[in-house]
Design a protein. Structure first.
Lengths: 262, 373
């Protein structure tokens, strides 16, 4: 068996916690200032709301497009026996591991099914924190619903950013590339079928994606976090970054016995 | 007297009165003219000609005189007459405007101004818009072939306008703009006829007189060299950028913009606030209406209390209707608008979250207690 003190491991790095926090704060700021602009709430002027909105948007994108991908790429990857024998490429192994960790896949579908069955009183709630004790690394960390939402969130960030660029400046260009014009042209391929102008469609996309983030927030807090057994992760993601694997809720240890023998 | 006849009589009286007042000036202008203009009308309301007559700086007579224009043919300003005998035109060009038009087209070397959309239906015959015994489509074809360039004025001629709006008979009637059908350049009448001519589109319902006259002036005076300069001075819908700026919208310069900035968004038409929530399409409309204004630079739609209906965007009227509803209220998925989709999404998420939470917090605790026992 592994020792008790060895069971406290790092779940989130400082950069991961920082990215999560900034993402959260920016999202709230963006939603509040965005809906102030859309609804005409009178607690601040349009110009102040716009400046705050733009500042938060830049920070939000920096976190989502620079810091979070960096964190994902830096994900610790426990070497598998095949890596050790050199029978497969380490790079491919890492890609495969990252995909498994962050993309919704067959394992997550099985867990979702287990959650549903558990809801009906058949079977226990599935563990989603899978840790390989022998190789000292997480195999899986995220709740299956979070992984399900990640793909859509990535898309939503992209859509809200691109639509925001057009709304910010109808002729925004970078390095001579007329980005806004391209986006308006792309919008034109769909907008007429909805009886909208390209610009109106882009505005609707921006609004829809804002609503998506509200829905996602409710799902994230409601389904993933609104469970006393999960609250240990609040402390981990906002403060310590550590997890005590000896707390058995939603934790499954792999290779624990063999590790103790080696 | 039915409504149609009344409108014809009223239009004729208006045009006659105008001709009566300016008869000598127009005659003088025509005599010393050099640049020939042939102005033909398809399916439309003549609102753009009406708008042209309301021009003030320059007005129509000043424009004709200063620009040395030979207004060879104008469907409503010229007294219309046409006699067909046994299906053939009779008389001379002085007595029969149909012959005058034919002669002008034969002669060529003119700027063709098109007002009104061109019917292609039924089945490509163009017979849903007839002049005398000729489909307007045929008249347009001949006139376009011999023109130096084409100026399409008003929404109907530029992008199809109300004639091409969605309806049960849209496909049957098949009205086209000169070089576009709504946003689609591949369905313009010129493409349909296989004619390649430089085109400038001056949309609007109606087009602003300044937009028409200043564009004509720029072309006639060589300020815009056709076709060399067109790529630089027109947007992708062939609209002059100076009147329809690509980099901002009417909303940016709206007289009510200040109310938007402080969040005073009116919800009924009697207020003095921003009209966005009443369906104003100013934020989606590229035009200089708010700077140029109308009726002698006195007023404009939003200033007068009416939401902008985006009458110079290619998709008009479909893209901006319902006129008095926000663009965001249009259905985007499963017949639902963004707000409804959000309500469904938020409602579903709350229900799912609550159900999950109840199971995890309440029921799970009961299960644990049972296990302990």
């Amino acid at each position: 068996m592994v020792q008790e003190n060895e069971m406290v491991v790092k779940r989130y790095s400082f950069l991961e916690r920082l990215a999560h926090f900034v993402h959260l704060v920016c999202l709230f700021i963006l939603l509040i200032t965005g809906f102030k602009i859309y609804m005409g709430w009178d607690f601040m002027t349009y110009h102040i709301a716009l400046v705050i909105h733009l500042f938060a948007a830049v920070l939000f994108l920096f976190v989502n497009w620079i810091i979070i991908p960096y964190n994902v790429l830096m994900t610790e990857c426990p070497r598998c026996p095949m890596c050790a024998t050199g029978t497969h490429n380490m790079f491919l192994h890492k890609i495969s591991h990252i995909s498994h960790r962050y993309l919704f896949g067959p394992t997550d579908i099985r867990r979702m099914k287990q959650i549903f069955l558990n809801y009906l009183g058949k079977g226990g709630y599935p563990a989603f924190t899978i840790y390989n004790v022998k190789r000292r690394g997480y195999i899986d960390k995220l709740h299956p619903v979070t992984q399900f939402m990640l793909f859509f969130e990535g898309g939503a960030v992209m859509f809200i950013a691109f639509s925001g660029i057009v709304l910010y400046d109808l002729q925004w260009a970078i390095f001579g590339l007329p980005v806004s014009e391209w986006l308006l042209s792309a919008s034109e391929m769909i907008a007429p079928s909805l009886n909208m102008s390209a610009l109106a469609f882009i505005r609707v996309i921006h609004l829809l994606m804002s609503y998506f983030f509200i829905v996602e927030l409710i799902v994230h807090v409601g389904i993933v976090e609104f469970d006393p057994k999960v609250w240990k992760y609040y402390k981990a993601v906002f403060l310590t970054g550590k997890e005590d694997l000896s707390d058995p809720d939603y934790v499954e240890l792999i290779d624990a016995e063999r590790d103790s023998l080696e | 007297m039915d409504r149609r006849t009344f409108l014809k009589v009223a239009g004729a009286i208006g045009a006659s009165a105008f001709l009566g007042i300016y008869h000598s000036d127009i005659s003088n202008a025509i005599e010393i003219s050099k640049t020939k203009i042939v102005w033909i009308h398809g399916a439309e309301c003549t609102g753009c000609s009406e708008s042209l007559l309301n021009a003030e700086n320059p007005d129509i007579v000043q424009a004709i005189q200063k620009l040395n224009v030979d207004l060879v043919y104008h469907e409503t300003l010229l007294a219309q007459q046409g006699i067909f005998v046994d299906g053939r035109l009779a008389g001379t060009s002085e007595l029969n405007s149909e012959i005058l038009l034919n002669d002008a087209i034969e002669e060529g070397g003119y700027i063709l101004v098109v007002e009104g959309s061109i019917a292609n239906g039924p089945n490509g015959s163009g017979k849903y818009c007839m002049y005398g015994e000729r489909p307007f489509k045929d008249i347009f074809k001949k006139a376009a072939e011999n023109a130096d360039m084409i100026l399409a004025v008003g929404m109907c001629a530029t992008y199809g306008g109300v004639n091409a709006a969605d309806s049960a008979i849209t496909d049957l009637m098949d009205f086209r703009g000169v070089s576009f059908l709504k946003e689609d350049p591949s369905k313009g009448m010129l493409t349909e006829l296989g004619i390649s001519k430089p085109v400038i589109n001056v949309p609007g319902c109606p087009a602003h007189p300044d937009w028409m006259l200043l564009t004509l002036a720029a072309v006639i005076l060589g300020k815009i060299r056709v076709p060399d300069d067109l790529d630089a001075v027109l947007d992708k819908y062939d609209r002059p950028l100076v009147f329809f700026p690509a980099d901002h919208t009417l909303h940016d310069n709206c007289p009510r913009r200040g109310f938007y900035d402080v969040g005073k968004l009116d919800t009924d038409l009697s207020g003095d606030g921003c009209l966005w929530k009443l369906g104003c399409k100013g934020p989606y409309t590229h035009s200089d209406c708010a700077l140029r204004k109308w009726n002698g630079s006195v007023n404009m739609c939003t200033q007068a209390g009416s939401p902008c209906i985006s009458c110079c965007e290619p998709g008009f009227p479909d893209s901006s209707s319902p006129f008095y509803e926000e663009a965001e209220d249009k259905p985007v998925l499963f017949g639902m608008n963004a707000d409804s989709l959000a309500k469904v999404g938020v409602g579903t998420a709350i229900l799912a979250g609550a159900a999950h939470a109840v199971r995890r917090i309440v029921v799970d605790k009961d299960d644990e207690k049972e296990g302990e026992v």
